[in-house]
Design a protein around this ligand. Structure first.
Ligand SMILES: NC(=O)C1=CN([C@@H]2O[C@H](COP(=O)(O)OP(=O)(O)OC[C@H]3O[C@@H](n4cnc5c(N)ncnc54)[C@H](OP(=O)(O)O)[C@@H]3O)[C@@H](O)[C@H]2O)C=CC1
Ligand SMILES: CC(C)(CO)C(=O)C(=O)O
Length: 310
């Protein structure tokens, strides 16, 4: 299948690399020229638990004009960059092109839908963790299942085809008819991990090494659960807090995507993660003081990048 990875950073490079290894025609489409040049010349180096391998055969471009229409676009820019990235690269789309978002946070689908027809969009969640080490080098710091689904919940032939393609490439993928619930469940994970790591500099697993950060994780997730319930979302996890802690353990060595943003002085996805809990909580009459503090601290950090020696 001809696939474009729109946003070939940490997690986009991982999915694109695995899909290229699986025999697909994969194009990385990103603004980061140095990363693309290194990959075109030497291949993508994927480190995993101390071992490393090189994936070759990936094609790369900074604009869709070089690529032309594809069958599948996997959108993995940060949530705030989606509309601009899509508007700049509409040449990727033809009538039957599918757009899969695996982005974290809530509100991505509505945001994308302002540029791309809803009928083209499918959504997913990933529990893989990945970090960019240097141009052309990523660290695959944690593996897990990927769930993808139609927004309507239908087990369509196109979504089954993509799941099969992912499985063939070694990306364990399950089709779900409950994508909205899974997006909220993934939100629990990001609410409990991302801002705490971004503020403290801890890796995911280290949150559980300190009582103070473990307590914050628990409190932030509890608030998000109350907000989900008040919005009619019934989380199916037996014990959501333990679930989030297990993700900390499974991705112990990963720097969360938000910590990576802060370390590189980039805008974070705080508004579509803890910020969305505060906003949805307000609408439903649920107090969310912990998420408010976490949101405000991350906003303060990102507003003050020029003054920080990080
Ligand atoms: N990293 C992880 O472990 C995980 C991340 N996620 C989610 O996946 C998404 C991507 O995260 P992550 O890979 O960490 O992010 P990165 O910042 O590493 O990668 C995003 C890439 O998109 C590029 N980009 C931005 N704007 C455009 C544009 N207009 N056209 C083309 N490329 C563009 C960026 O380039 P530049 O830097 O030059 O702007 C960057 O290389 C996020 O929603 C995140 O929450 C989900 C699970 C795990
Ligand atoms: C699962 C986790 C927390 C992995 O780091 C992630 O989704 C992220 O970093 O955004």
């Amino acid at each position: 299948m001809k696939i474009a990875i729109l946003g070939a950073g940490a997690i986009g490079s991982l999915y694109g690399g695995l899909l290229a290894e699986g025999g697909n025609e994969v194009w990385f489409l990103d603004l980061w020229k140095e990363h693309l040049e290194v990959i075109k010349k030497n291949g993508l180096i994927v480190q995993k638990y101390g071992a490393k391998r090189i994936i070759t055969g990936i094609q790369a471009a900074v604009s869709a004009e070089e690529i032309g229409p594809v069958e599948l676009v996997i959108l993995l820019v940060k949530s705030y960059a989606s509309q601009k990235a899509l508007k700049e690269n509409l040449e990727l789309f033809q009538d039957n092109t599918i757009l899969l978002t695996l982005q974290n946070g809530l509100g991505n689908i509505e945001n994308i839908n302002e540029v791309i027809d809803e009928g083209k969009i499918i959504a997913g969640v990933t529990s893989h963790g990945s970090t960019v080490i240097a141009p052309g080098i990523i660290n695959h710091a944690g593996a897990g299942k990927t769930y993808i689904g139609e927004l309507t919940g239908e087990h369509s032939s196109r979504v089954k085809k993509i799941a099969a393609l992912f499985c063939n490439a070694g990306i364990e993928t399950i089709v779900t008819d409950q994508i909205e619930i899974l997006l909220w469940e993934k939100l629990m994970v990001n609410v409990g991990i991302n801002s705490i790591t971004a503020i403290t500099g801890l890796k995911n697993g280290q949150i559980l090494e300190y009582l103070e950060t473990e307590e914050l994780l628990e409190a932030a997730v509890k608030e998000a659960l109350a907000v989900a319930r008040a919005n009619g979302i019934y989380i199916t996890l037996d014990n959501p807090i333990e679930y989030v802690k297990n993700v900390c353990k499974a991705t112990a060595n990963n720097q969360s995507s938000m910590l990576q943003d802060v370390l590189h002085k980039r805008i974070t996805e705080i508004q579509t993660i803890n910020g969305v809990v505060v906003k949805a909580g307000k609408g439903a009459g649920i107090d969310t003081p912990i998420n408010k503090v976490l949101t405000n601290l991350v906003v303060a950090i990102q507003n003050n990048y020029n003054n920080l020696e990080r």
